[in-house]
Each structure stands twice: as structure tokens, then as C-alpha cells.
Design a protein around this ligand. Sequence first.
Ligand SMILES: [Ca+2]
Length: 406
Amino acid sequence: MLGVAGIGLSACTGGGGGSPMVTRTVDPAMQPQANAGYDAWVAGFRGRAQAQGISQATLNAAFRNSGYLPGVIERDRNQTEFTRTLEDYLAIAASDERVSKGKAALSQNSAALTKISQQYGVEPEVITAVWGLESFYGERRGDISVISATSTLAYDGRRGDFFEKQLIASLKILQNGDVTAENMTGSWAGAMGHTQFIPTSYQAYAVDFTGDGKRDIWSDNPTDSLASTAAYLSRSGWTKGQPWGVEVKLPSGFNTAQAGRSTTRSPSEWAAQGVRDMNGRVVPNYGAASILLPSGPSGPAFMTFRNFTVITRYNNSESYVIGVGHLSDRLKGGKPIQGSFPPDKYGLTIDDRRALQRGLTAKGFDTQGADGVIGSNTETAIRAYQQSVGLPVTGLPSRALLASVT
Ligand SMILES: [Ca+2]
């Protein structure tokens, strides 16, 4: 969250299948390794930490089993800035599996979620949707030492100031007794627990909802995490009972220059231009609204409201916000997105891509599922297939490839 890659949708997705990621890190690059430069940096850092109120004892406990993680630097360097299309993102964010697991999670935690919702004024489905996107309902919380990860990134320096702040916040959390250094684990970038709070967000928003005196977002019990997420959304201005947005139909000839978050009008002004919901009705007045066309004028259209902006405080990615919003709608029993997405850059629709994945798999080149998202598993299968039939090995989908496997 907050622009730091968590382990939710930013990793272990794509390429079909919903097999849960292994939760135990076996990668040796994610085990502390000797590094003299890092050690010297930590020695200097200890003084700065003490000046900010961190005790010698806390520092000793924190760094006893922590160290430099080369794998963290690797992940930081290899963050490809390619952005998934909204269609691919939603295929993952609101996959059948994520929706059905979310419904199960809602019912398993209904007592806690009801109380949390009453206290903070955020719908259970919205809290659960954040949980689903951030950690697949707790399955992918991350098991990397937060002290190791944040100190490695602070030492590395590419975003040194940011991660030194996260490291200081982590040490304050330890000093406060909320968790031990061994149990303070998270993603490679230091996002922790069921809803992937970075340490400074934890400091600002985490709450103890179970009443045991600890704000415990790390344990299997998600209650404190879910309440902390609700507290965060509430403090960011969430309005219960209002949608994040609704899918709409635009009239032909709609001036798409009005699309985008910077233009807001009342729903009645949009209605006067002919904008309707997917049932042909005027959208109720939920306050100032924008029209978003994330996949261009031929893709689905959304009318978004203030709650959309609230979710951006959690993660300022339009796809993320629509993902949370749409997943929460699905958990409430809502329909999939009804508008059709334009074909991808290869001229393939999601149905074409699914047919391609099924065709490859049937021929013995397993794409690990047929979700219509071309990820590394599908690319590997394409390469192997191309090689086997003597085609140029590109790993890229195409209409010709689809025709040859179906
Ligand atoms: Ca607690």
C-alpha cells in the first residue's frame, strides 16, 4: 500500500491459475548475508535511531537476527514499471477464486466485521476487498523480516530516506511491544500483515480491536488488521452507504474530453448529457462525480465518487481502486463488469486469450489455467509450443498462434 509494492496484486499474479504462492521464503537471497558496507551503515544508523528515542536494547533485539538481503535489492531493481491493462488486472483482482474466497472470508469473520463496520463506518465487503487484494485474505502476508528488508533498502539508498523512516517506525513498533522482531514479517518492501501496512501507516492507523493491548496485524487472526484498514479508510473520509463508483453507459457522441478525475459534475449534470447506469437508469446523487474510461472510449465506463478518492489514499493506482471497488461489489453479489474491453495489442479479446491458453494446455503446453491473462506461465508455454512446431520462438500471443492451437 501507499505506493510500495506489497505482495498482493503486485506479485505472484498473472499467467493463469490461482494456486496460492508458497508462504515460506526458501530463496537464499532472502536470507541475511554478510555485507561490510551494510554493517557500517547500521553502525551509523544506530546513533540516528537512538537520537529518535530508540533504545539500545530495542536495537540489539532488532538486529540480532537481521541483516542484508540481496534478494530485496533484486526485487527493488526489477520492479518493471509495465502496467497491466485494467482488464487483466480485474481478471486477477476479481477472479472467480478471489470472489468465492472473499465470500467465505466475509462469512467466517462476520461477527468481527459487523462490529468493525459499525465502529468505523466502512462496509464489511469493502474491508474484505482490501484484504483480498493485499494478501489474498491473509494467505500471502509475506515472511521476510521487516527490519532486514527496510534496513537493506535504507542502506541501498535508492529510496533511502523513505526506508529509513520505515525502519525507524519498525523499531518504534518493536519498542512498543506490539510484536517481536522474529514475528515482524512482511513483503520485500516492508508491507506487513493481512492488509499490508507499511510501518509508518501502522503507526498512524493501526488499532487494537481484540482488546488484548496489542495492535496485532501479523497473527492468523485478522481482526486487528481488518479494523486497522477500516480505521484508515474512515480517517481518509469514507462515507458508508455510498458507492466508490458505478459502471455506466455513455450516450453516443459523448465528449470524452470530459473523462478523467479532474472533471467533476453532479450526477444530474451527467444525466442531462445522457449518462445512465447499466440498467438505463439515472445514477442517484452520490455527490460530485467523474467519468473514467480506463480502457479508452471503447471500453467500460465508470462514474466515480468521493469514496473512489478515499481508496486512492490507500494506494494511488486507478486499477487498484477499481479492483477494490469492483471486488467489494462482487462480494455484495454484484455482477461482473458488463462493458466489453477492446482487444489487446495483439488483437485478441479475453475470450481469445482464454481459448489460446486452453488450446496450448490441450496440446500439452500447460499454461497453469486459462484466466485470459498472458503471464510468464503462458509465455513459457507459447515458447515451448513454438519450438515444438518449428515456429520462430517469440513467446508472444497472436491471432495466427490462436488459430494454430484451436
Ligand atoms: Ca489486538
